[in-house]
Design a protein around this ligand. Structure first.
Ligand code: TMP
Ligand code: ASP
Length: 236
């Protein structure tokens, strides 16, 4: 597969066209962003770690019956993905309160959310990804009711699979963000699943092992990601 021009340069990843009109190459860079790109730093080994982590998780999800865009690992930092038409929303599932929900609703970090909550955010950094509801998605034409229902159902199915996977590794899956897109009219999981877009805490000590280490200046960011990978048996 030949890599052609860069089509999209995100905060941490780039997407390239290929000589095949149905596929893209997704490149994980070492760039690490927080607060909608206000802080960007290079973290050694991050591109490689997230690429391998994402591939491992996506294949686990695929084996559990979730349609995913990731096909092949191409190099340390690149993977081959199906060319999706992304829906401009982010789906967030929360098992435990942390991050923005604590500020918004005045709840204490660490409160168990039972059943887990689901939230949609509109993808727009200049607006700081505002929270939106089903009605907004339909009225603004970002998705249909059927797609909304499917995104929610898939997000919760992914929760069952990943909560169990991380639990066995002594980790709490606190929350995570997913993005979906369409491939030949079919909804599929796109983007990535890595410690950049989820929160993972050690079950015993509640030590943070995700991007909050970067956001909160806790240090040893990639060491945290590597520890999670090691514990779930993901080769780096
Ligand atoms: P939040 O607490 O900031 O709303 O984030 C919830 C989870 O979703 C957290 O694991 C981080 C992830 N997330 C992203 O990766 N990118 C985003 O743009 C947003 C809003 C959340
Ligand atoms: N991914 C977003 C950003 O770069 C939000 C975050 O992770 O804090 O800025």
């Amino acid at each position: 597969m030949e890599k052609k021009q860069e089509l999209y340069h995100g905060k941490a990843k780039s997407v390239y066209e290929t000589d095949d009109s149905n596929h893209y190459i997704m490149l994980f860079r070492d760039d690490t962003s927080a607060f909608d790109g206000k802080i960007i730093k290079q973290l050694e080994r991050k591109g490689r770690t997230n690429n391998r982590f994402n591939f491992f998780i996506m294949k686990k999800l695929e084996a559990a019956g979730i349609p995913v865009h990731v096909e092949e690992l191409l190099s340390d930092t690149e993977c081959l993905v199906k060319k999706l038409k992304m829906l401009p929303v982010e789906c967030v599932v929360r098992n435990v309160a942390a991050g923005s929900i604590c500020k918004r609703l005045g709840v204490e970090e660490g409160k168990d959310l039972n059943p887990p909550t689901f939230e949609f955010f509109y993808k727009d950094d200049s607006l700081h990804d505002p929270m939106v509801n089903d009605s907004h998605i339909i009225s603004f034409g970002w998705g249909t009711q059927e797609q909304i229902d499917e995104m929610k159902a898939l997000s919760f199915k992914i929760n069952d699979v990943l909560k169990a996977l991380f639990d066995e590794a002594g980790l709490i899956l606190v929350d995570y963000k997913l993005e979906f897109g369409l491939y030949e009219g079919k909804l599929m999981l796109g983007d990535e699943f890595s410690p950049d877009g989820c929160r993972l805490w050690d079950k015993e000590t509640r030590k943070k092992l995700d991007k909050d280490r970067f956001r909160q200046g806790l240090g040893e960011v990639i060491e945290g990601y590597e520890e999670v990978a090691r514990r779930i048996g993901c080769p780096l």
